[in-house]
Write a protein that binds this ligand. Structure first.
Ligand SMILES: *Cc1c(COP(=O)(O)O)cnc(C)c1O
Length: 232
């Protein structure tokens, strides 16, 4: 059945494919993460119908309800990404629910994750979140601290992160490092930081800017409203 959600998804996939081609990249190297936070169950059900397997959530509690209760029977075969900040007291719950945690950004959290790994033998795939705009209110490690943090993860905690993630500043009223600019410089910075640390995965780009993110090497784009419609 051709639902509005199906049409939206087809259109986003087409746009990913044509942008990849234009950037001389392989579309298959770019994962579409459907950001399902704050969306109605009917829309989630319609998205599951399309065969979409990769979903992103920003709150552990809300994700637990959605994927651990409401859609628990369809959880198998899906890949769930945590894209919102993680408090250390929710680490065990997050590790049990998510396949990927994209928001590792501090040593205290690494310590908590290792504790879970030691106890259960399991650890989700991990991306390190970088605060490329150096915004005070935003999570993520500062770019200048990243190399040291990656080294600590590897040498002290025996954690091998898969890649990096960033959320560039909103473009208006911004007075930080890249005032008034498009997200391009943030994507370029994330790519440079990843290359410098031997990391191949880049989670960057949302509904408004996944196409430029592809130009700069995104391997994971996180698209919410353009797929599902506006959030509640
Ligand atoms: C909500 C959210 C998205 C999706 O945003 P849209 O603009 O709706 O595509 C992507 N990444 C993160 C980290 C988010 O919190």
């Amino acid at each position: 059945m051709t639902t509005p959600i199906f049409v939206n998804r087809t259109s986003i996939i087409d746009r990913i494919e044509s942008r990849a081609k234009q950037a001389e990249r392989t579309a298959g190297d770019i994962c579409l993460i459907a950001v399902s936070k704050q969306q109605a169950d009917a829309r989630i059900a319609a998205m599951l119908e399309t065969g979409q397997k990769i979903y992103g959530e920003n709150r552990v509690q809300e994700a637990q309800k959605r994927w651990g209760e409401v859609f628990a029977s369809q959880r198998q075969g899906l890949e769930l990404h945590l894209i919102g900040p993680l408090q250390t007291n929710k680490t065990a719950q997050a590790c049990a629910l998510f396949d990927v945690i994209q928001t590792l950004d501090r040593e205290k959290l690494a310590k908590a994750l290792v504790k879970v790994r030691d106890k259960t033998g399991n650890l989700p795939r991990l991306f390190v979140q970088v605060n490329t705009g150096e915004e005070e209110q935003k999570a993520g490690i500062l770019p200048s601290m990243l190399d040291g943090f990656i080294k600590t993860l590897r040498e002290v905690y025996h954690i091998e992160p898969e890649g990096l993630m960033c959320i560039p500043p909103a473009f208006t009223n911004y007075t930080g490092q890249f005032p008034g600019q498009a997200p391009g410089p943030h994507f370029a910075l994330l790519k440079k930081l990843a290359d410098g640390n031997g990391l191949k995965t880049l989670s960057m780009g949302m509904s408004a800017d996944f196409e430029p993110a592809i130009d700069f090497g995104a391997t994971h784009v996180r698209v919410g409203s353009a797929l599902f419609g506006a959030r509640d």
